[in-house]
Design a protein around this ligand. Structure first.
Ligand SMILES: *Cc1c(COP(=O)(O)O)cnc(C)c1O
Length: 447
């Protein structure tokens, strides 16, 4: 039986995986979510301990893609997507850190983007059609997406970024790719880039370009984020063990990947939901009242500065509730059940900095701000709830935050190979006024 998807806003028909992937967002502005998550077989978990990462990924992906893509194709896709290490470091007792930062753009977003890009390219090729991925970025997502689609067939990518708001390194990660990746530097802010992209999506004169988005609400990005939870369990747990994961969270896509893994049958004892000072979710679990933060608070773990997590719609849905795209709660979820499964905590910037220092001095553990939020939350959890087999996720390479690490630890972390040599490559970028007509003219030349 093929897996079907429904919208969290409950206002449209069920669709296949392929449709959910190509459309991205549901027409009623809700998020596509599986009607029923397929479960792993009882013997699967045991078998995983002797499989490599990409083999586990293939096996889990097939639970969702049976009948939609041949197994050999999924095998090729996972092999190509996951050609890098996924190290798990022991820290103390039964507590570990899993590094999800070894992909080509050195953040965990590579896990999702690389798989989604290949799935899209496959499905478009099957229909002999093409799509243009149009996306706005404030930094990391754009480079992960551009890198993931680079060199694939049937897709072209246009990335808009705010000229003055991205670092030189972030810019070069996108502008030096070339080939099917075009970049536009906008004389404006990130919000302006997003507004331009939104207008393009609703402009019917561009219909023939088949614009598509690759943003974080796509289920095609969520599914691959369930694989590493199962992988960690396969490497660390014995028969019958339960495991705790601590997840540094912004839009809750990473966390939802974990929830999907649990629904597939992974024995997860608790998820520690670690936020920075954007504490709307920890507050919600405490009080039962949800108040989005507007505007969001600017913290050093900047990829988690989110005042209303988009994937909360999916999380509420899993617990029988309904929250719409504006952040309004239409139906309350089962908060008691949520409290049993999730342990949420907000970590301040001061605590984050102290954690980076402590973790290095006490355990030789090198963390960057996002991973430090996760680790601090896990340490708090273990102190409060007792020891457990547990894994905290490190979502970016510390080398991406040289100033912070240098000022706290006195040295600059070494740049990974994938980020070296960017300065020597040629940049290819089109500067654009913050003006929709200029963007439309640019896109029309791509027909
Ligand atoms: C995007 C991001 C996060 C937050 O992940 P969500 O899925 O949005 O919760 C955490 N750390 C880093 C480095 C990120 O890039």
């Amino acid at each position: 039986m093929a897996v079907e998807f429904e919208s969290t806003n409950r206002g449209c028909d069920r669709v296949s995986f392929k449709e959910a992937l190509i459309r991205g967002q549901a027409p009623d502005r809700g998020l596509y979510t599986p009607v029923e998550v397929p479960r792993m077989g009882v013997s699967d978990l045991e078998g995983f301990s002797s499989m490599s990462y990409h083999e586990i990924a293939r096996h889990l992906a097939m639970l969702f893609l049976e009948g939609e893509i041949p197994s050999e194709e999924v095998g090729r896709i996972t092999r190509e997507a996951y050609d890098f290490d996924v190290p798990i470091e022991h820290v103390f007792d039964s507590a570990y850190v899993m590094r999800l930062d070894r992909g080509p753009t050195a953040s965990f977003k590579d896990f999702a983007a690389r798989m989604m890009a290949r799935l899209m390219s496959y499905f478009l090729g099957e229909d002999d059609s093409e799509a243009l991925i149009l996306t706005a970025t404030s930094g990391d997502t754009g480079s992960a997406v551009a890198n993931a689609f680079h060199g694939l067939e049937n897709v072209r990518v246009v990335v808009l970024f705010p000229e003055k708001e991205v670092t030189g390194r972030q810019r070069r990660q996108m502008t030096t790719l070339g080939g099917n990746v075009s970049t536009i530097s906008v004389d404006g802010k990130f919000d302006d880039c997003q507004a331009l992209v939104k207008r393009a999506f609703s402009d019917s004169s561009l219909d023939s370009l088949r614009l598509s988005s690759a943003n974080s609400i796509n289920f095609g990005r969520l599914l691959p984020q369930s694989f590493y939870y199962v992988y960690a369990y396969s490497r660390l747990a014995g028969e019958g063990d339960e495991i705790v994961f601590s997840v540094p969270s912004g839009n809750f896509g990473d966390l939802m990947g974990g929830i999907v893994a649990r629904e597939m049958g992974l024995p997860v004892k608790r998820f520690v939901v670690a936020t920075n000072e954007n504490d709307e979710f920890p507050e919600f679990l405490k009080t039962g009242v949800y108040k989005p933060l507007r505007p969001s608070r600017a913290c050093i773990s900047n990829a988690m500065n989110v005042g209303h997590p988009s994937n909360l719609a999916r999380l509420f849905h899993v617990y029988g509730g309904w929250i719409d795209e504006t952040g309004r709660v239409r139906e309350n979820p089962d908060v008691e059940a949520m409290r049993g499964d999730l342990w949420a905590v907000s970590v301040s910037d001061d605590e984050t900095r102290k954690t980076i220092k402590d973790a290095y001095e006490r355990h030789g553990l090198l963390l960057e701000p996002h991973g430090a939020v996760g680790w601090k939350a896990l340490v708090d959890y273990l102190a409060s709830e007792g020891g457990a087999l547990s894994v905290s996720l490190e979502t970016a390479d510390p080398a991406k935050f040289p100033e912070e690490i240098e000022s706290l630890l006195g040295f600059e972390p070494e740049l990974p190979d994938s980020l070296k040599g960017l300065d020597d490559l040629e940049e290819n970028v089109t500067p654009l006024e913050n003006d929709y007509d200029s963007l439309r003219k640019f896109l029309q030349t791509m027909r």
